[in-house]
Write a protein that binds this ligand. Structure first.
Ligand code: EPU
Length: 347
């Protein structure tokens, strides 16, 4: 069984740079180690799984056992007629994995370049950017049932992927430790250039028929311009989900705010731009205590120095209240709030 440490500081293990400690902490490097922890009963009372810490807001100490996933490894599993099936350990850094697949000549993940976090965290919230969601390239994953020690393979249907969502955030929350993920990368590749930003970036570089690596470079350049580097300025990426309105609310919203970005989802429902709503409410570039609204993208909250999880919650609440008062729209945080009162709390 891997050694369990006590009172481990977590500031460097979350991209917002929030101070917190794990009363008990263990680093898991493989399936066998995780199974040994289950067999020893170490995971029976209170546990929390941490990957790259890019989507976790620590509000206080973690009283249970915090499992830090360090499972490495990446390999080609199968060359199917239509796709390369590639597997990576849950603890692999997402962006390094994306670059590695591209270097091997297996395109498909390029639009998801530079997203912080680990491979194992990617399916939990079905990461997405620039017209591609992870679900579109997903094959299957292996996860350990932390209650029984048995491992199981999940296909896409089992995962119930949605917009920044999966069963691991809902019904199955807290039960599974994702140990590895497989991706099916199309052998017949066409670039996804639906986003004007990406097409524009490539045009500006004089690229007419981009390779996957050129798309990855374009996406990386855009992200570097728009989003703060967590090693320079603590943040958790987009802090709020883009709200989805049902058909009736969408129609009413359009009528009241004809100039607001409002993306029709085909069935009358619509997705709004949370960044636009926050920006319109005047928050962009402002500080709420030690938490800032990033000046180049209102959807991103940043740690101006010394912020705590409670400061982040208060800043988020102030923004939510003002967007609700002005537009009648409820914003939902994307990161998960944990700790403080001994357990998980919905944001
Ligand atoms: N906007 C503003 N002001 C702002 C920010 C945005 O007016 O301060 C407007 C933009 O002009 C645009 C609209 O809002 O019309 C949408 O903004 P943007 O294109 O920047 O994308 P987003 O919807 O804010 C989403 C994802 C990002 C992903 C990008 C690109 C969510 C919550 N966010 O952002 O994902 O990289 O699209 O595909 O879905 C993340 O999840 O951490 C993340 C960065």
């Amino acid at each position: 069984m891997p050694p369990i440490q006590t009172n481990v500081p977590l500031q460097s293990l979350n991209t917002f740079g929030l101070p917190a400690v794990a009363r008990r902490f263990v680093r898991v490097d493989g399936l066998a180690q995780a199974q040994a922890l289950v067999a020893a009963g170490a995971l029976a009372n209170g546990r929390l799984v941490l990957g790259g810490g890019s989507n976790t807001i620590f509000e206080g100490p973690i009283e249970g056992l915090l499992l830090h996933v360090g499972i490495r490894g990446r390999r080609l599993v199968e060359a199917r007629e239509t796709a390369w099936v590639v597997e990576a350990g849950a603890g692999e850094n997402w962006h390094d994995f994306v670059r590695w697949t591209l270097d091997q000549g297996w395109p498909g993940l390029e639009n998801l370049s530079l997203i912080p976090g680990t491979v194992g965290a990617a399916p939990i919230q079905n990461i997405g950017a620039y017209g591609v969601e992870m679900a579109a390239r997903f094959d299957s994953l292996e996860a350990l049932d932390m209650d029984t020690g048995r491992s199981r393979r999940f296909d896409a249907a089992d995962c119930a992927f949605g917009y920044r969502d999966s069963c691991f955030k809902r019904a199955e929350r807290g039960r599974w430790l994702i140990t590895s993920v497989r991706f099916a990368l199309p052998r017949k590749w066409t670039p996804v250039l639906d986003y004007a930003d990406v097409a524009g970036e490539l045009r500006a570089c004089g690229v007419a028929r981009p390779t996957a690596i050129q798309v990855a470079d374009a996406v990386s350049a855009i992200r570097r311009r728009k989003l703060p580097d967590p090693s320079q300025l603590g943040n958790a990426g987009s802090f709020f989900k883009n709200p989805v309105l049902d058909p009736r609310s969408a129609a009413a919203f359009r009528q009241a705010h004809p100039t607001a970005p409002c993306h029709d989802l085909g069935d009358g429902s619509a997705k709004l731009a949370a960044g636009w709503l926050i920006d319109q409410c005047g928050w962009k570039g402002r500080a709420i205590g030690p938490v800032g609204v990033y000046a180049r993208q209102a959807l991103v909250l940043v740690n101006l120095g010394g912020a705590t999880g409670t400061d982040v919650r208060e800043a988020a609440a102030a923004i939510q209240a003002s967007v609700a008062a002005t537009y009648g729209v409820a914003l939902e945080p994307e990161p998960v709030f944990v700790g403080g009162d001994g357990g998980h709390r919905p944001a």
